[in-house]
Design a protein around this ligand. Sequence first.
Ligand code: SF4
Ligand code: SF4
Length: 433
Amino acid sequence: MRFPLALTAKIASYIVGHKLKKTDKFATVLQLEPLHTCNLTCTGCGRIREYSTSLKDVMSLEDCLQAPIDCGAPMVSICGGEPLIYPHIEALTNGILAQGRIVYMCTNAMFMRRKMRAYMASRFPTRPAVVESEMAALLKQELISEKDAADIRKGPKDASAPVIAPHGYFYWNVHLDGLEYIHDLIVEREGVFKECVLAMKMAKLLGYQVATNTTIFKETDMKEIEDMFEFLGELGLDGHTISPGYEYDAAKKDMVERLNLQPENFFLTRAMTREKFKDIEDWTTRFPVLGTPVYFEFLAGKRDLTCSAWAIPTRNIGGWKGPCYLMTDAHYGSYQELLEKVEWDKYGVVHGVAKDSRCENCMVHCGYEPSATLGAPINARSGDTWKNIKFNFGPRPKPSGKGKFVNAYNGVTSGRGHLTGPKEATKDLAGAA
Ligand code: SF4
Ligand code: SF4
């Protein structure tokens, strides 16, 4: 199956339950941002710019654990900022899993191997033979060092401290926007792509589920993304999400002021998004892309959808962010208040007309993916439900084998690096645009 049966069935039964109850609006995925601090400064990231005054602030563990209960979403995407910096991330992850929800840890992967070593150390005192065998495999692939192995053998620093362990409802969701050169350029630091690959390999070896998430910008070469998916197929990953970028006001301002880049050279219009995604339906037959075929038809320009941002709400330090993950007009005290106070009819694009000018070029996953199953009747076509079921209960595409021949390390590894920092990034991005 494209997505594990238990998880697909859980989400499907949740949605069917709400439909039978005729619930007007409900949450399917919670975007939980326990903090906005990040160790990277990716070009185009709205989060670290919009919330740049609250980078030191974090949500309490209690508030974080209450948020999924408040909105009821069966799936929680823990994002940020970089969630692995959050001081209670292990307790948060385990707490949400204990609520019976699916967790996606959206990370730039820089701290993943450290967290997985902590998991191994926690098991060493009780299962030394198993951990030794895992370490032998990891050492062979140079995914840990001899020093790391020695540290793991010392066991946990605090035996009562929680760790992030493999779990049927848990996914690492690694941010990857291209192969080495482009990814490192977008995240404005060399070596990040390589670390992502090492972390994903280690995670698979230890039995974790691993997905990737990719944002498409104007200068993204879709052939490169296709090659990236071929390459990732060789790592045995569990799925990929892909979404067009959104032109955050804060990110646009940062681009002009810090990088001397023109935002119109970086972000997509609706027409450009359709052009970029014209082959997405073919890709879903070749790669384990996660989502719904109706959303992919929308991205490819074959149909219209209206925005259902209420289905993927965002909870952060300010409260429940309205109207959506991308735009901030207000923060509310509860999910119910968000549902009641946001004037939903004022947002989105209907029949080609943007109800709010900031929505004009938006086709992002967090606004439109849920519309494929929950959207307004004007979106519905006969056979949609069956199409979505068939897709998600259908077989997962197998790797073609072409990934072995992809030149993934086409940046600093092959001597084609760029110096870290905005100055060099500006030069290269300006050249690519
Ligand atoms: S890793 Fe994520 S949160 Fe951090 S700067 Fe990049 S896009 Fe933003
Ligand atoms: S169309 Fe996009 S920007 Fe507008 S409300 Fe929906 S998700 Fe937000």
